[in-house]
Design a protein around this ligand. Structure first.
Ligand SMILES: [Zn+2]
Length: 261
C-alpha cells in the first residue's frame, strides 16, 4: 500500500502515508491477536462442553447396559421357573409310581397308571419350554459384553479428554494472557478516533468480529459485501470506515492495490 501512496504523493504527504501504514499495521496486528484469542477462548469454552457431552454418553451407555442386564435377569428367572416346573413334574411322577407300587385295589392302580401316562405325555412339552427359555436367556446374554464394552470405551474417552483438557488448560490460559497483553499494547497504538469506534465494536460484535480486512481489493473480509469506492478512498486517507453490512472496522492488506474501476 505504501507503494500506491508514494505514487500518489501529489495528494498525500510522505508523513501521512506513514501514518496510514502504521494504522493499517496496527489494525492488522489487533485483528490477528483477536483471532488468536478467539481461538484460544473457544478451546477453553469447548473443553467443558465436550466433557459434558462425553459424560452424557457414559450415562446413556450405562443406562443401556442396565436395561440389558435387567432384561437378562428377567429371562433367567423365567427359565429357572420353567426348570423348577420340570423338576416338580418329575417328582410328582415319581410319587405316583411309588403309590402305584403300593396300590391296594385294581381301581387305584388303573387310576394312577392313567395319571402317570398323562404326566409323561405333558412332560415333553414342559421340558421343551424349559430348554427354549434357557436357550433364549443364553442368546440374550450375548448382548451384555458389547454393552459393557461401550460403557468402558465411553469412560476411557472421557478420561483421555479430561486429562488432555486439564493439561492443556493452563497452557492455553497462559498463552491467552500473553496475547491479551500484546493486544492491549497494540490497541494503545490506535489513534483516538479509531480506538473509540473499535472499542464500541468489540463491545457489540465481540473481539474477533470488530475488524475485517478488505478482500480481493474491494470486498469486506467479514461479510463479503462490496465496499463502495468512496469508502475505500477514505480508508486509504486514514479514516475509520465501518462495513455498512456487518459493522466491522475495515483495513486494507499490506499489498493493497487501489483499483478505481
Ligand atoms: Zn462486512
Amino acid at each position: 500500500m505504501l507503494e500506491w501512496l508514494r505514487k500518489h504523493k501529489n495528494t498525500i504527504t510522505m508523513a501521512e502515508a506513514k501514518t496510514v501504514e502504521s494504522i493499517r499495521e496496527t489494525l492488522e496486528e489487533i485483528h490477528h491477536l483477536q483471532d488468536r484469542l478467539a481461538d484460544l477462548n473457544g478451546r477453553l469454552r469447548r473443553g467443558p462442553v465436550l466433557l459434558k457431552n462425553q459424560e452424557n454418553n457414559i450415562q446413556k451407555a450405562a443406562a443401556k447396559l442396565d436395561k440389558i442386564k435387567s432384561e437378562h435377569q428377567k429371562l433367567l428367572a423365567e427359565s429357572n421357573q420353567k426348570e423348577q416346573e420340570v423338576a416338580a413334574h418329575d417328582r410328582s411322577i415319581e410319587k405316583r409310581r411309588t403309590q402305584l407300587a403300593e396300590a391296594k385295589t385294581n381301581k387305584d392302580y388303573q387310576a394312577l397308571q392313567i395319571q402317570i401316562e398323562a404326566a409323561l405325555r405333558s412332560r415333553g412339552s414342559l421340558d421343551d419350554a424349559a430348554l427354549e427359555a434357557i436357550d433364549k436367556t443364553e442368546k440374550f446374554a450375548e448382548n451384555i459384553p458389547p454393552a459393557e464394552d461401550e460403557v468402558k470405551k465411553a469412560e476411557e474417552l472421557y478420561e483421555v479428554t479430561k486429562k488432555k483438557f486439564l493439561a492443556d488448560k493452563p497452557l492455553i490460559e497462559a498463552e491467552a494472557a500473553d496475547w491479551t497483553a500484546e493486544l492491549k499494547d497494540a490497541e494503545a497504538k490506535l489513534p483516538k478516533e479509531f480506538r473509540e469506534i473499535y472499542n464500541r465494536l468489540v463491545q457489540s460484535n465481540g473481539g474477533n468480529e470488530a475488524l475485517a480486512v478488505v478482500a480481493n481489493n474491494k470486498y469486506c473480509g467479514g461479510c463479503n459485501l462490496q465496499i463502495p469506492i468512496n469508502s475505500l478512498a477514505q480508508i486509504l486517507a486514514h479514516k475509520p470506515i465501518v462495513c455498512s453490512s456487518c459493522a466491522r472496522l475495515l483495513y486494507v492488506p499490506k499489498e493493497y492495490e487501489f483499483d478505481k474501476g
